[in-house]
Design a protein around this ligand. Structure first.
Ligand SMILES: [Zn+2]
Length: 177
């Protein structure tokens, strides 16, 4: 028996010179087994890992379409990380919508859909509904109302983060509109 066989065939990093031999530049190849395109699209290996795969555009799209960024995270953790990453990579988010597949229903990103879910809203909820749901829910678990209640504090945080995500998305749409 060899080592446990993986269900996929994503390989180890390979490199090759790209261009003529004289001006050989080392180019990282797509991590998809058997692909010899340059791998210039980083994709996270797992939700909590800083490790990245590097795929060509085509395989990045393929990988991302089967990828649940939030797998294994509860709603709070997902919303929290989402807000963090949004703050850290504001510029990157724009490009994330191009060619990186698997985002929501085409009008809303997957991040937004998760935030809507955290507020118990449907995917087509208006921003007005978002604001109302957030106010109602946040009020119920507000630290002033439930002092010293750790569970409530956690829920409050979740609602705040979800609202932040949706508000930011709404603003981006307005600027583009
Ligand atoms: Zn490839």
């Amino acid at each position: 028996m060899s080592r446990a066989r993986r269900s996929n065939d994503w390989g180890f990093p390979r490199w090759r010179g790209y261009g003529s031999s004289r001006e050989a530049t080392q180019v990282r190849l797509c991590d998809r087994h058997g692909c010899s395109e340059p791998g210039d699209c980083p994709a996270p290996k797992s939700p909590n890992s800083p490790d990245r795969w590097y795929f060509c555009q085509k395989h990045a799209a393929e990988y991302n379409s089967g990828w649940d960024y939030f797998a294994g995270l509860d709603k709070e953790a997902a919303a929290e990380r989402e807000a963090q990453e949004r703050a850290e990579t504001a510029g990157y988010q724009e490009s994330a919508h191009y060619g990186w597949g698997g985002s929501g229903d085409g009008t809303r990103s997957r991040d937004e859909l998760r935030a809507l879910e955290a507020l118990d809203l449907e995917s087509d909820a208006t921003f007005d509904q978002v604001r109302k749901a957030w106010r109602t829910k946040a009020k119920e678990v507000h630290p002033d109302v439930r002092p010293g209640d750790a569970e409530a504090a956690k829920a409050f945080q979740t609602y705040q983060l979800a609202y932040e995500v949706l508000r930011a998305a709404e603003e981006r749409r307005e600027w583009k509109g």
